[in-house]
Design a protein around this ligand. Sequence first.
Ligand SMILES: Cc1cc2nc3c(=O)[nH]c(=O)nc-3n(C[C@H](O)[C@H](O)[C@H](O)COP(=O)(O)OP(=O)(O)OC[C@H]3O[C@@H](n4cnc5c(N)ncnc54)[C@H](O)[C@@H]3O)c2cc1C
Ligand code: FES
Length: 509
Amino acid sequence: MSTDAPLDPGPDLTQGIAADTLGDGTMLVGRVGEAAVVLVRRGNEFFALDAQCSHYHGPLAEGLVVGDTVRCPWHHACFDLRTGEAVRAPALSPISCWRTTLRDGKVLVLGKLAADRHASLPSRTESPRTIVIVGAGAAGFAAAEMLRRMAYAGRIVMLSDDDAPPVDRPNLSKDYLAGAAPEDWVPLRPDAFYTDQGIELRLKTSVVGIDVRAREVELGDASKLAWDRLLLATGAQPVRLAIPGIELPHVHTLRTLADCRAIIARAAQAQRAVVMGASFIGLEVAASLRARGIEVHVVAPEQRPMERVLGPGLGDFVRRLHEEHGVIFHLADTASAIDAGQVTLNSGGRIGADLVVVGVGVRPRLELAEKAGLAIDRGVVVDECLQTSAPGIFAAGDIARWPDPHSGAAIRVEHWVVAQRQGQTAARNMLGGREKFDAVPFFWSQHYDVPINYVGHAESWDEIEIDGDIAARDCTLRYKRDGRVLAVASIYRDAESLLAEATMERESA
Ligand SMILES: Cc1cc2nc3c(=O)[nH]c(=O)nc-3n(C[C@H](O)[C@H](O)[C@H](O)COP(=O)(O)OP(=O)(O)OC[C@H]3O[C@@H](n4cnc5c(N)ncnc54)[C@H](O)[C@@H]3O)c2cc1C
Ligand code: FES
């Protein structure tokens, strides 16, 4: 998924395309010199943009035009047709736009347009002096980046107890762990970005308290930092199992770049690994370790991997897919102890292992919000604009429980794209906006060459409607309750996934 899509070079767009061959909302890939450009018709207007998404280079022509935007088929990033602005994560960088003209019934693509980055962004109504962001992950980074995109000129301080600048966390269980992605894919931005943008990124800095009245945060060294707006984006941390041997040096969890590097270092000498947990992260780790030629055993208490989220059909498919790649499952079982060279199972069995990765779920990092007296309900409670119970304090990402207009429930999810989009909305609202967070939840997961895309949110369902063939890797699954579609999972049906997202948006608009 994270490699460039092979693009058909297509026609030379400078020579023109008969306008009536392009229907409303359709797209065509062609060339302008060396550049691959997608020509888009919307009503009677024609737009031309870079053909590849600025996230992982997804082919935009296979995406969907919705209103004045084009959406990427791979992870649903959204670009403004008029400006190329990346209006919705996971893409954060704009794409170029090209000038079009109609001549003799033909639409021609001319030169590149000058960047007009702020045209599609709402105006600011407030200019707080200092915005402090606690957390430099998906939500924190996206917020800081959006604040500067909106030409906010005040002080931004981003505090992180991690030692690495913001990274592309999903890559840590996928290509980077598998050895297929170079080191420079991992940081979300080069180090110079923070200095250039005037974002004070303070790494290895713990925030230990929030004084809601005095509008200050307290840092681990007892110093204080004043804020006018505060964003809490503290994310989640892996659950540690309380079993003997969990503290041994060959036992790892995976959340940070340092965790990932430690697993890679251990994997260099390992022959056999045990992955505890058959969730998304556990199984992505299993796939990546297989790519490194390591024997992998997965131990998990459930009967089927991922059944709780994806249902039995996809659960069985995911299991078979991993078995085809040599993964050995020990389901309906758990580990009772770990020794230097083996893992003991509750069923009595033993598996030799010189590497153990524990992926049994995460816990949102709520301590700060709890200590500060903010409203908590299995997450930090936020309103539709992502403000917490304390005015001026916002929360986003894995910790936030927000009123989701699509499911009609207050939900908290652990999805990269949701965290980034919440960071972006929170940024706009910290500058005086009153934007509701109404994006349909979306996540993707990658196992070998098979991507699974999921839109919506279904904690339970009474029916799963399967369209297509799961085993043939060409399917759409609709999770329904009382006849209503709550969520849609798909494999290699990107257009349907985008359509499902757009339909859910319309239904609750
Ligand atoms: C290996 C891996 C792979 C994943 N793959 C996918 C995927 O394919 N698709 C998907 O949708 N989701 C995926 N996820 C989940 C996704 O990464 C998270 O949902 C997302 O990162 C949440 O963003 P966040 O900003 O809330 O938290 P994080 O990204 O975890 O950032 C939290 C930040 O807060 C900092 N912090 C916490 N407490 C403090 C404190 N007191 N003081 C200072 N700093 C603090 C942390 O150091 C960190 O910088 C994956 C997660 C992991 C770990
Ligand atoms: S490649 Fe376009 S959103 Fe990921």
